[in-house]
Design a protein around this ligand. Structure first.
Ligand code: DHB
Ligand code: MG
Length: 223
């Protein structure tokens, strides 16, 4: 595992932006507290990133969102809030205990009627989502070894115009020194190369700093 280092100033500025601009609601706070209480790792997206996801869902006019990697449902709440009332978010989670925490959180947030949680390895549950309406928006934030496989599924389950967001594409800079994290960095690099090379995708990648260290996200559009 690569060490994620956060400079004090980055976290302080993020807190300021969260308080002054992002303004998370009680449901977001509840989800964060529940994750701590359940002993889950603090690896959910930062609040400013969560709100960006909500805005991207709204701006794209998405009605069907796919999330790979639920954790406690923090990003699920943000994205479900960006959906119309008859919209759907399908979120894939490996662990039953995480899914239970997420279920309670999306229900408490008043978006539970839009959220379906699929439990198990996403590579096993994603094939079951084929043959339905395509997804308009896909957020990939699970095990990094499978990032390229998840991109492939996002394309397969999407349509021309589907927006794909992938978290953790910088990994404290380890993408340039994969030997620092042989478990995760090679999978991230493989996905970045696919984002740049695959003729079905048009993509960019953005670096970020904050409470989650030095990291970033990619945004892609299916051609
Ligand atoms: C980890 C996973 C994430 O999705 C993230 O945003 C940060 C860290 C991790 O597995 O360490
Ligand atoms: Mg992440």
């Amino acid at each position: 595992m690569v060490e994620h280092v956060t400079e004090p100033g980055w976290a302080e500025v993020e807190r300021y932006l969260t308080d002054v601009v992002v303004r998370p609601d009680a449901a977001h706070q509840r989800a964060l507290a529940s994750a701590v209480e359940a002993g889950m790792p603090p690896i959910e997206v930062a609040p400013n990133a969560g709100k960006l996801l909500r805005m991207l869902v709204q701006l794209s006019g998405a009605k069907r969102v796919l999330e790979i990697g639920t954790l406690a449902g923090f990003s699920s709440i943000w994205m479900a809030q960006g959906l119309p009332d008859d919209g759907t978010l399908v979120t894939c989670e490996f662990l039953q205990q995480h899914a239970d925490v997420a279920r309670a959180n999306v229900d408490a947030a008043g978006v539970g009627h839009k959220v379906e949680i699929r439990i198990g390895a996403a590579l096993d549950t994603l094939p079951m989502l084929a043959g339905h309406e395509p997804f308009d928006f896909v957020f990939i934030d699970a095990d990094k070894q499978n990032d390229a496989n998840y991109l492939e599924w996002a394309i397969r389950l999407g349509r021309a115009g589907t927006v794909i967001v992938m978290d953790n594409v910088i990994w404290d800079g380890a993408i340039l020194e994969p030997e620092r994290d042989r478990l995760n960095a090679p999978g991230i690099v493989q996905a970045l190369e696919m984002l740049g090379n695959d003729p079905r995708l048009d993509a960019t990648a953005i670096q970020t700093v904050g409470s989650k260290g030095w990291d970033g996200f990619a945004v892609a559009r299916v051609r």
